[in-house]
Design a protein around this ligand. Structure first.
Ligand code: FAD
Length: 412
């Protein structure tokens, strides 16, 4: 089945690989998706898709698929300061795409999209790994992907190999891309609860800048809630991770403002895991015969919940370029240039938000005391991450407005 050649070989059948494979196969492109796992389990991955990502999901035709699979439509984003709801935002009314958040159980989303890719005509090889890519070293020579299965190793030719194999991407490493990583400033711990006593119509966002921490509760349907605790690195003696730390996780959420009684009848129904809150990315995620998408290209700091949306932006941009241009090398480079632009913009804005909302110490407190009241009076100084994502203004003028430098600098 895997011998011979395909138009495209995609390493990884996560959100990025499965969505791209489904769309390409549906357009008549001979597509092979190689997925390491045979069944999906809770890996504490993204389950809350921002409204700007839902716009991408609609454009790619997977929004309906996910809803039919039980994805949960979340119309409101509720921000709390302490225990008091400070703002409840109606997302469909206030975002440019008029879209809500879409939340889902990640393993179920992966299964649905990979099955859909198969139904569209992609060949899906499960329990198999891309372990090597020989890149066409002469012009016009196609790359060859080496795939390891239980039955041995197969070599498959393709016009293009796509690395959609996640934040620890093998394809990225074997294709020789240079990896960049921000210093780790935040730690994100997450776990799945069932039976929290809170409305399922809102993402609940507790931000506590004075303590350098936040808690986020994403309802994913059927009374289940993916819950995260985010804190400044070094603030705690150790990351909150592992089943022995569920009590500590709950207490940390309560410290951040989540009412304790929400948890009274709740139970933990998945692993508790912690991850570094830092971006990992490559510049120009294409080298001609190999192109990277999703977390393999740029895993944005999970604390800000943009990875799913960014992955779908990658899929849509790459797909459009490939379908519009017979020269796939040129198409893949065009995607990579575009990726550098929108990922770079998002990266800048997330950095500003991390500085403002999480940094600790007297000067950080002073900066917040100066800036946050200005945001309250002029809300358009703050980035619209849920609605605009990378299109939220991020140029020098936006930076000066964000840090309120436009008011305090001497004229001229
Ligand atoms: C703690 C945490 C919380 C997050 N929360 C959010 C959130 O709330 N909202 C949000 O938008 N994003 C969030 N994210 C980010 C989001 O999960 C990712 O951006 C998204 O899952 C990336 O999708 P992907 O398809 O690129 O990679 P993945 O989902 O990692 O999929 C990669 C696939 O490739 C397979 N694979 C790996 N290596 C190989 C190989 N060599 N050969 C074949 N297959 C291979 C893997 O088995 C996997 O199925 C979070 C991330 C973390 C870590």
């Amino acid at each position: 089945m895997t011998q011979g050649s395909y138009d495209i070989v995609i390493a990884g059948g996560g959100l990025g690989g499965a969505t791209l494979g489904r769309a390409l196969a549906g357009a008549g492109v001979r597509t092979l998706i190689v997925e390491r796992e045979t069944a999906f389990r809770d890996r504490v991955r993204g389950e809350g898709m921002m409204p700007w990502g839902v716009v991408e999901a609609r454009a790619l035709g997977i929004d309906r698929l996910l809803r039919d699979d039980g994805a949960h439509v979340v119309p409101f984003w509720r921000r709390y300061s302490g225990l008091v709801p400070a703002e409840s935002r109606n997302l469909a009314d206030t975002t440019p795409g008029h879209t809500p958040c879409l939340d889902f159980y990640h393993p179920s989303m992966q299964r649905t999209l990979l099955d859909a890719a198969e139904s569209s005509g992609a060949i899906v090889l499960r329990g198999a790994e891309v372990v090597r890519v020989d890149q066409g070293d002469a012009p016009g020579k196609p790359p060859v992907a080496e795939i390891r299965t239980d039955g041995g190793t197969h070599r498959v030719k393709a016009r293009l190999v796509v690395g959609a194999d996640g934040r620890r991407s093998t394809v990225r490493r074997i294709a020789g891309f240079t990896l960049n990583q921000d210093p780790v400033r935040l730690i994100v711990a997450g776990v799945l609860y069932e039976g929290l006593d809170t409305p399922e119509d809102s993402v609940h966002h507790f931000q506590c800048p004075a303590l350098g921490q936040a808690a986020l509760v994403f309802p994913i349907g059927h009374q289940r809630f993916r819950t995260y605790f985010v804190s400044w690195v070094g603030h705690r003696a150790h990351p909150i991770s592992g089943s022995g730390h569920t009590r500590e996780f709950l207490d940390a959420c309560v410290d951040t403002g989540v009412p304790r009684d929400w948890f009274e009848r709740a139970s933990v129904v998945g692993p508790l895991a912690a991850y570094p809150g830092a971006d990992i990315w490559v510049e120009h995620p294409c080298n001609g015969s190999v192109v990277l998408i999703g977390d393999a290209a740029a895993a944005s700091d999970p604390s800000w919940g943009c990875g799913l949306s960014l992955t779908l932006r990658d899929v849509r941009v790459l797909l459009d370029r490939l379908l519009a241009n017979d020269d796939w090398e040129a198409a893949a480079h065009a995607y990579a240039f575009e990726h550098d632009r929108y990922y770079g913009a998002l990266h800048r804005v997330l950095d500003w938000l991390t500085q403002l909302l999480y940094e600790r110490g007297a000067s950080a407190d002073e900066r917040r005391a100066r800036i946050l009241p200005c945001f309250a009076m002029e809300p358009d100084r703050a980035p619209d991450l849920p609605g605009l994502g990378p299109e939220t203004p991020s140029d020098e003028e936006a930076r000066r407005r964000f840090f309120v430098e436009d008011r305090f600098l001497p004229p001229g």
